[in-house]
Design a protein around this ligand. Structure first.
Ligand code: MN3
Length: 213
């Protein structure tokens, strides 16, 4: 079964003024669309892999035949990353984190402001294209990491609780070269409910480390 471009869960203009409609349209239809198309084209050479989820493909890249490994890494990663990105944003999002993610942030980083500063800093310092993440570790703890290109924390054995896209295509039309401005504004559209859902999935696989909570 071929991979499909998921519909955007809101209008192109829904995240304005934080992210402009033209950026959303190009980013979703053209960029994410191309990752899906390229992934499907690569898998045509290895039909036995077509039933695997994109997550499973990038979780164990060594199991992917060498002739399509780089393509799957970039485009499978791009598909997984963007499928998350649209869902962890919403119109009228933002505000202080609530629920379990608020507890995790407080426990790990002290307070939300310090966490934001560290996250934004890691995103600003990612050289070239890439992503900044809050990732879950096998120990059950969390950490901020950045990854180049379309690499996803899954490929390092980490769980992507949420991430922000720092490719220029995510912000250049509105913010030009001012990536830190985009990173700072992005918190206005974060969907904490979806982040909490993802955190729940991570925590359900790491019960022992959460026992103290
Ligand atoms: Mn992107």
């Amino acid at each position: 079964m071929a991979h499909e471009l998921p519909a955007l869960p809101y209008d192109y203009s829904a995240l304005e003024p934080t992210i402009d409609a033209q950026t959303m349209k190009l980013h979703h239809d053209m960029h994410h669309g191309a990752y899906v198309k390229n992934l499907n084209a690569a898998l045509e050479k290895h039909p036995n892999l077509q039933s695997k989820s994109a997550e499973d493909l990038i979780r164990d890249l060594n199991a992917v035949p060498e002739d399509i490994r780089a393509t799957v890494r970039n485009n499978g990663g791009g598909h997984v990353n963007h499928s998350m990105y649209w869902k962890i944003m919403k119109p009228k999002g933002g505000g202080d984190p609530n629920g379990p993610i608020a507890d995790v942030i407080k426990k790990t980083f002290g307070n939300f402001k310090d966490f934001q500063t560290k996250f934004n800093d890691a995103g600003a310092k990612q050289f070239g294209s890439g992503w900044v993440w809050l990732a879950g570790k096998p120990s059950g703890e969390v950490q901020i990491i950045s990854t180049p290109n379309q690499d996803n924390p899954i490929s390092q054995g980490l769980f992507p609780i949420f991430g922000n896209d720092v490719w220029e295509h995510a912000y250049y039309l509105k913010y030009n070269n001012r990536r830190p401005e985009y990173l700072a504004a992005w918190w206005n559209v974060i969907n904490w409910d979806e982040v909490n859902q993802r955190l729940k999935t991570f925590q359900s696989h790491h019960e022992p480390a959460m026992a103290g909570r």
